[in-house]
Each structure stands twice: as C-alpha cells, then as structure tokens.
Design a binder for this molecule. Sequence first.
Ligand code: NAD
Length: 498
Amino acid sequence: MKTIGHFINGEICTNNDRTQAVYNPTTGQAEKEVLLASKELVEQAITYAQAAYPAWRNTPAIKRARVMFRYKELLEKNAEKICQLIGEEHGKIAHDAMGELQRGIENVEYACGAPELLKGEHSKNVGPNIDSWSEFQPLGVVAGITPFNFPAMVPLWMFPMAIVCGNCFILKPSERDPSAALFIADLLKQAGLPDGVMNVVNGDKVAVDTLLSDARIKAVSFVGSTPIAEYIYTQANANGKRVQALGGAKNHAIVMPDADVDNAVNQLLGAAFGSSGERCMALSVVVAVGDAVANLLVEKLATGMSDLKVGAFSDSSNDFGPVITKQHQEKVEGYIESAEKQGATVVVDGRNPKVKGYEDGFYVGGTLLDNVTADMSSYKEEIFGPVLQVIRVKTMQEAMDLIDAHEYGNGTCIFTRDGEAARYFSDHIQVGMVGINVPLPVPVAYHSFGGWKRSLFGDLHAYGPDSVRFYTKRKTITQRWPSAGVREGIEFSMPTMN
Ligand code: NAD
C-alpha cells in the first residue's frame, strides 16, 4: 500500500507517524494510507520555515515572482498527473479536475504580479521636507488548512500569494485526498523555491491544533465546514493570530417567472450536480417564484436529469463521480430520506445507483426534491451532495427573505430577464457572491472570494486583492531630511499642516 508522507524543508518525509486509510471513492477501496503528523513533526516543520524566512523575506519581489512564473509552467506541464491524483482520491471526473486546476493556476498568475501588488503607497511633501509611505511587509510563517473538495485549487488560493509576499508556508491538506497538494508542493522546489519556504504536513486535529497554538505561526487561512471554521477562528484569534476561516454554504437560485427556463435548467443541472454537489458554491436550492415556473422547472429538470451519468472519474463521458466517503454517501442519502419523511416530494431518487463495474464505489445519483420547506433539515443544513431542492414561493421578496434568513451566505444567483429585479437583488441580498444568470459566481483570481454570515469568519476574503492584505502587514514610514544647516524648533502641540 502506498504511504503518503509530508513535504518538509524540501524533502518528502515518511517517518513513523500514525496513519489513516485513503480511499479511492470510485472503487470504494482503501488503496493508500496517509501519515498523520505528530505535534513534534509539525513543530519541526515550523522550525524549518522559520529558518528559511529571513532570506526569503529579503529576496527581491521580482525574484520571488519569477519562481511563480516557472511554477505556473510546471503546473500546466503536470496537469494530467495532478488530475489523476485528484481523481484517485476525490473521485471528480477528469474534465472537472482540469477546471479546478485551471482555476488554481489563475491564482499563480495573479501572484506573478507581486512586484506591482506590493509597491505600496507614497506621498511626497506631507510636511516641510517630509515624505511618507506605506509598505506591505510579510508576516513570517503562516499556515493554510484546506478541505477535501478542491484538493489542488484551495491550497492554490493560499500559498502562491502568501509565498510571493515573502512569507513561509505550512499547508495542512485534507487527510482524505492529500496527494495532489503534496505533489504540487514538490513542483515548487523544481520551480526554484528555496527549501523550507513551503512545507506540507499531513494530518488531523493534532496537526491543526499545533498550528493554532504555536506562537511562531502568524496567520491562519482555513477553508472547510462551518463548525470547524468557527473553531479555527476562535482558537487562532485567542492565540493572537490573524485568521480567515471560510465555512459551509447553502446556495439558492431564484428563478423568476420571466426567466429563460431552458437556459436556467441547463445552468442548474451543472451547478447542482457538477462535482457531485461537493462544491461550496454548488446551487442546491431552487426558489421558484410562482407555481407556473415551478411546474415547468421541475418537469424540465427531471427530464434533463434522466441523461445525467454518474460513474468513474476516469471516464470523461460521465457528468459526475462518487462522493468522498461511505459515511458521506450515507449522510447524503439520510437527508433525502428525512426530506421525504418531512413531506418533500422525491421527483428523482438518486439513492443506490447502479454503477457497473464499480459496485462498491460511494455513489449517489442526481436527486430532485420538490415542495421542500424551510423547516426541513435537508434545507437547513448543508448536504454537500448531488441533491437539488425546489422551494415554491409567490414573490421575489419572499424568495429574498428566505435566502436572507438562512445561516449561510456564500453564493446565490437569480435567473431573470428583468434588469431592475436583478439590480435590486444584487444590491440587497445578504450573500457575499452573487450571480445574475450565472449559476456559479466564483470570483476570478483578481477579485476575492468570500461569503457572508456563517460562511466566513474573519474580515478579509480569500485570494485576489484581499489576500495581499491578509498575508502582509502595513508599515507606514514618515521621513524628514532637513536641509543642511536648518534646525527645527521644539513643538509641543500635535503636528499639523496649519
Ligand atoms: P472539514 O471542515 O471537515 O475539514 C477541513 C479541514 O479541517 C481539513 O483539513 C481537516 O483535516 C480539518 N479538520 C476537520 N476536523 C477538524 C477538527 N475537529 N479540528 C481541527 N481540524 C479539523 O471540511 P471538509 O469536509 O474537508 O470540506 C467540505 C466543507 O468545506 C463543506 O462544508 C464546504 O462547504 C466547505 N468549503 C467551503 C469553501 C468556501 O470557500 N467557503 C470552499 C470549499 C469547501
């Protein structure tokens, strides 16, 4: 059985830690095992990162950026290998993995602009012979803790920008699919990154808690479920660290009576079932305004779903693959069962699909639930599976109130032909990322990503311009060079320009 180790100080290390099985969700078999780092091992990684920091911090930004230019090429060159690793451990279909990787690479492209992004701000003559400027200095050693559902992209949201800003990085990927992160960390070495600047420790709560408590870690970026995001935020904050913790989601799409329903159906099918619904931006609830559009939607969604293909990641004709674990498969099916018991109509039932040749894989087929209500647990909680729920309302305001009342506020979308309605929606809805006829409004790499309410704990969003601020601290310098022979008098009042 292959053992997945750590990447510390430029070396893959496979010492004797605890281990956990890594499953291939496509087959349902435990094909690998991952080491779970001890506290001591994490501390050692931090020590290496700390040692690498002074030289890396003082490396000119343009040279740090050149590493990222080379890194982008290496990621592209190794794309198939990375997607294979993602497929083996996550189960997402190759074309979906390629999309994930491309989105990750776009963050590397953004990081290549570091010299421009870090230029700072300058004001000449803020007073007589006085100039002032702000510069953005790195924090030191920073950490990232990432979820299973984007094993390459979410780490790439974090470390390229952290590193290019002059920090050293410790990544703790998901223990359920750790190989892609380990592989892409190793590529950084090939791109010329000095040893110790980037480190990967695999592990569980032991590794995470060490990162949260060690005073040498200056900032923590987290992406995962809301209960853990809240825990990370509270702990890291209490320990004096800067922290951004992105959590779970329940993303609603409003379909207005005037929408192009055929277009909306196509968009909804991809956004609900792509990646088996295991995306924090997956559209999992359709709020249909009026029974006429609801009836049409349900009918057309059900027809569209009859063509959906669930199966092995290696077969590109499949639309989506398995969910991540057996337990998760049971959890998703449990939500379908509870919705049915609580009065929802199961229009398309994806429980127990037959996937020929992969009978032990963790599959759930596309499921459509109609007549869902806000008190059902399938609506209140994040399912994170290929289940699309339809809620029927009478007005757009009712739809918006429903969305605003939900604990999560990650993404949302409206399908309409009415510009005024769309503008009102985007202006008022209490959600961080909004689509107008765009079902997955995941911001591009040069904007920033983040939800509202219990979908994000912290102030700054992930990647893009916010990440430059997150991974640096501002220092403002005020400088006077008096003209030769000029002596300043003593001034006891607050200096002003009056
Ligand atoms: P998770 O919260 O179970 O795990 C995320 C990370 O936290 C992993 O590295 C894991 O090892 C660690 N962790 C888990 N339990 C812990 C504990 N008790 N103490 C300390 N660390 C712990 O999330 P997941 O199941 O891997 O990922 C799916 C979740 O992530 C979903 O809720 C999804 O919505 C969310 N997600 C959010 C975003 C976003 O941008 N908001 C993006 C992707 C995924």
